[in-house]
Design a protein around this ligand. Structure first.
Ligand code: NIG
Ligand code: FE
Length: 416
């Protein structure tokens, strides 16, 4: 038997229904329903609309009616489309060295950088990694992030990448958030691999990719295209192989130097992430493509670098998602709402553009069509904020957190 629930009345419900996937968005264009209700059928949205109209329908369906007192704003559950929360240890020393003026090379030579986290993560058992992912995912969930992408990439061998991806799979069974795993074995050439970039990537695609599919660990392949990691010429054959096997492609692109977004466009990647170094050329080719551009303000804040040119990307007609990049090195904060608000301040984004960037445009960056908007048939993933205007959410730069987080039709977190 189907189970129905009605939640309301909601002062303002921002559905994002029918908002465009790409280009600039004005706050005046936001689809807002005042005095609204959300009618849920099992895990999905059955209807949204005027609360009193829906109440009649709810009574006829014998729905449970959950009446809210005082002002509430409803928005779709947030989606963090880029994280590295599967890791062990800390990189606090890197942070201190960077702030003291040390270069990337000096930090790496002192034993820091990505390789340091690889060493610390390899020492951890799968159970410890699963615990870490679970704990971090729940911290995000409390802030309304109901879908979280999680990358591997600190294992950098077949066995260690599998350990990470199995830990993510185990954590997904424990947390109420949905975890979307991505294989980032192409994060850097492991220092202990005897061979060059091409030999390493061939080894990964020949040996690891089939196991990812056998164990249903992920359908997404990522790589870091950068002078310190992999060149486009290394990555084309790697991504060709992944695509031929049916994987979706996503790219760490243009973080410090350009080249990655060109690969993303050529390969029809689902998303190109970072883009802090993108010039007008990269912005234009991305905007003409179906690739979702993902800004990672947490990495700019962690490294003290420029922000992704989000305004230019939107004005050129691109699709912009915003994610936290939570990782122990470049983005230790992991607070998506704060970071998205700050990106909005520096890049002059409308609240509509920020909200789109962490809801349906972020869903598109993960190739997910069943979430990101409050509309019939979408998953009933949404947040309620105790305030009378949606402007408060980003204005408060992360201090205003949801009073209720709903995931697949149930309350998974509530603050009284
Ligand atoms: O997305 N750019 C490459 N990878 C991560 C950083 C990983 C790390 O420093 O541990 C990023 O910023
Ligand atoms: Fe990243």
């Amino acid at each position: 038997m189907k189970k129905y629930k009605l939640i309301g009345p909601i002062t303002q419900l921002i559905s994002m229904e029918n908002s465009g996937i790409s280009g600039a968005l004005k706050d005046e264009e936001l689809p807002i329903i005042n005095n609204a209700g959300i009618l849920i059928e099992d895990e999905n949205i059955f209807a949204i609309g005027d609360y009193l109209d829906l109440k009649e329908k709810a009574i006829s369906l014998h729905a449970e009616i959950i009446e809210l007192l005082g002002d509430h704003i409803a928005v779709p559950g947030f989606i963090d489309a880029h994280t590295h929360i599967c890791f062990s240890g800390t990189r606090a020393r890197d942070y201190a060295m960077r702030n003291a003026g040390k270069s990337y090379l000096e930090i790496a030579n002192a034993g820091g950088g990505i390789w340091d986290t690889v060493m610390q993560t390899r020492k951890a058992e799968k159970e410890e990694l699963c615990h870490n992912v679970h704990k971090r995912a729940n911290a995000l969930l409390k802030n309304g992030i109901t879908t979280i992408e999680v990358k591997s990439g600190y294992g950098l061998s077949v066995d260690e990448e599998l350990k990470m991806l199995r830990a993510i799979q185990d954590a997904n069974a424990l947390t109420e958030a949905d975890l979307i795993a991505t294989c980032l074995a192409g994060h850097m050439l492991p220092r202990d691999f005897e061979g060059d970039q091409k030999t390493y990537l061939d080894h990964i695609s020949n040996t690891l990719f089939p196991i990812l599919q056998e164990e249903n660990l992920t359908n997404r392949i990522d790589a870091f295209i950068e002078q310190s990691a992999f060149q486009p010429s290394d990555i084309y054959p790697y991504f060709e192989k992944a695509k031929a096997m049916g994987f979706d492609i996503t790219v760490h692109a243009d973080q410090f130097s350009t080249g990655g977004s060109e690969v993303a466009v050529q390969m029809n990647a689902i998303s190109a992430d970072h883009l802090e170094a993108s010039t007008d050329h990269e912005i234009n080719i991305l905007a003409k493509s179906d690739v979702i551009a993902v800004a990672l303000p947490g990495a700019s804040l962690g490294l003290g670098c420029d922000f992704t040119p989000a305004r230019k990307i939107l004005d050129a007609g691109g699709a912009l998602a915003i994610a936290s990049d939570w990782n122990p090195g470049s983005a230790p904060m992991g607070d998506l709402l704060t970071q998205a608000s700050i990106l909005g301040t520096f890049e002059k984004l409308s609240n509509a553009e920020i909200l789109a960037g962490i809801t349906y445009r972020a869903a598109a960056a993960l190739n997910l069509k069943d979430r990101g908007r409050l509309a019939p048939t979408q998953l009933a993933d949404f947040n309620l904020f105790q305030t009378d205007h949606y402007n408060e959410i980003f204005y408060q730069q992360g201090k205003l957190v949801p009073s209720q987080v709903w995931k697949k039709g149930s309350i998974v977190y509530s603050r009284s």
